[in-house]
Design a protein around this ligand. Sequence first.
Ligand code: MLT
Ligand code: MN
Ligand code: ZN
Length: 299
Amino acid sequence: VWIRVLGSAAGGGVPQWNCGCANCQEARRGGTNLQPRSEDSLAVSVEGDRWLLVNCSPSVQRQIEAFPPLHPRAPRHSPIAAIVLSNGDLDHCLGLFQLRESQPLTVYATARVWEGLVERNAIFRTLKRTADQITWRPLELNRAVPWEGGLGIEARPIPGKLPLHLEGVIDPSPEDNVGLWLTNERDGRRVAYLSSVADASCLTESDLDVECLFFDGTFFTDDELERLGLGTRRAAEMAHLPIGGAAGSLARLKSASARRKIYTHINNTNPILRADSAERRAVERFGWEVAFDGMELRG
Ligand code: MLT
Ligand code: MN
Ligand code: ZN
């Protein structure tokens, strides 16, 4: 399987348009210590000809242009064969509306995530210009669905939260936020994508026994925003398990047997973004990598 990290930031991107924090300023200056990043998404392919996008970020057009295997091969064509959504957050879905130029799209999502997109949403009609423009394929929890090239897609419920725009509108459900396990049926090798995790205690050893684990790297500390004077909301209130601390993902997943462990969905305030930070050294000492836009994995 060939994996391209299209984007590796949380919803604000790096830099975030209205943020003047030290990281965002450093990203604007350029240089090698802190790279700009777009919202988290992967492109995955078995043969390299047809691609599955994991989430569809608001920067999808730029992400496509930066990766030639996703370019059209005919006057009207796209190698993007399908899109799978891990939740209904706008940083994972807004890109669908960028891809509205009447290209047939297949979207894998749980019924809840799909309903959140379609119901009471007049803008969604821009993806229904023709009868075959958008096809929904339901993801049932804990049941792998076969995609192309012998790749299985399985969604498992992960503690998270409703998209902000649906809070107070509908009741939460286990289908709101899922982790995605992609299995290459030919050799049984698996990749897990868990970019929004409020609590890791539901994850079993076997869940984490994968070639590659992409994991929620939104915040390093629970009070990161508060400390920087950027807000009062804690990581826990936003349903993102912080990396550091006794209960953080670094400690919790210390013995996870994933061959590669990669933090993604990284908020612009997170000190792991800086190549020279103590926090970057700490995650690397624990065997973690920090995703960056354009990172590729093969195998
Ligand atoms: C999140 O990851 O918590 C959400 O993307 C926040 C948001 O929708 O802005
Ligand atoms: Mn997000
Ligand atoms: Zn910032």
